[in-house]
Design a protein around this ligand. Structure first.
Ligand SMILES: Nc1ncnc2c1ncn2[C@@H]1O[C@H](COP(=O)(O)OP(=O)(O)OP(=O)(O)O)[C@@H](O)[C@H]1O
Length: 272
């Protein structure tokens, strides 16, 4: 198995075949490199260990798909509506809304205040450590105006909100932003900095850019009509993932159980 394949693929199948020597497990299971080594040495003869192997396979299937629900990152320039959209999305999906700015403040995940930028200097490592368990579990909507320091594996979808420059300007003025903060953010929007960052940090097919000019845009972005078009997997994906996981477990067990049973019958018959 080529190393790159072993590294990036985590699923496949493991077939048990009855031979003259007993049962051999033939791995076509694409797994992480460490686990791959176990199976590269495969051609396991059937023995009492077989039961342990079956358990291991089932464990691995479960392991490789621990996340039963997707994680979504909602990003964009400040003022594009991340918090408003994430809150609405959380209500529609029943997922957890995590506002990174709030989390940083609440849990002290920063290295002090930056007077020039007028915000906390966040400690990215502390933030990632804080979130790791929840992200592994899935079902999170992260809301932050940056996206390049989160692990790529965390997200199934990265939504980049975009707002017309003059509308954004007005929103930020209403917030009382200083002139330099205003122009920084509007420039950031003009040059689509967040969209570029998202495309560089995540596979393109996971990145969705959505217009967020009006309240109607927000409701359209999280409505079921819109789900059918762009975000269809937000709600159904959780169910699909669970069905797929169950199916993989079932298939793994079935692939092994049938030949194992056959072997027992054959051994029993030959002893008669
Ligand atoms: N699509 C929209 N249409 C109209 N108003 C909006 C829209 N999105 C956001 N707003 C308004 O703009 C302001 C900022 O919204 P919000 O806090 O959701 O933005 P944000 O991107 O999360 O900002 P930040 O990054 O600073 O937290 C709020 O007053 C909100 O009501």
């Amino acid at each position: 198995m080529p190393t790159n394949e072993a590294k990036c693929l985590t699923r496949g199948s493991l077939n048990a075949v009855v031979t003259d020597h007993g049962i051999e497990l033939l791995p076509t299971f694409f797994i992480e490199s460490e686990k791959a080594q176990i199976f590269q040495r495969a051609n396991f003869q059937f023995s009492l260990h077989c039961f342990a192997i079956v358990c291991k396979v089932v464990d691995m299937v479960e392991d490789s798909s621990k996340r039963k629900r997707p994680n979504i990152l909602v990003t964009g320039t400040p003022g594009t509506g991340k918090t408003t959209t994430s809150a609405a999305l959380a209500e529609a999906t029943r997922f957890r809304h995590i506002n990174i700015g709030e989390l940083v403040k609440e849990k002290n995940l920063h290295e002090g205040w930056d007077d020039d930028l007028d915000c906390y200097i966040i400690n990215e490592d502390l933030v990632c450590d804080e979130l790791e368990n929840s992200m592994e579990e899935g079902g999170n909507i992260l809301d932050y105006h940056g996206c390049d320091f989160f692990p790529e594996r965390w997200f199934d979808c990265v939504v980049v909100l975009q707002t017309d420059n003059s509308l954004l300007y007005d929103r930020l003025v209403k917030r009382g932003y200083t002139e330099s903060k205003l122009s920084n953010n509007v420039e950031c929007e003009i040059f689509q900095v967040l969209l570029e960052e998202a495309k560089e940090s995540y596979p393109e097919d996971r990145v969705v850019a959505l217009k967020s000019d009006t309240i109607e845009d927000i409701s359209r972005n999280v409505s079921t009509d819109r789900l059918g078009e762009k975000l269809a997997f937000f709600i159904p994906m959780a169910t699909k993932l669970m069905q797929k996981d169950q199916c993989l477990v079932d298939t793994g067990v079935l692939c092994l159980a049938v030949p194992v049973l056959f072997h027992f019958v054959r051994t029993w018959a030959s002893n008669q």
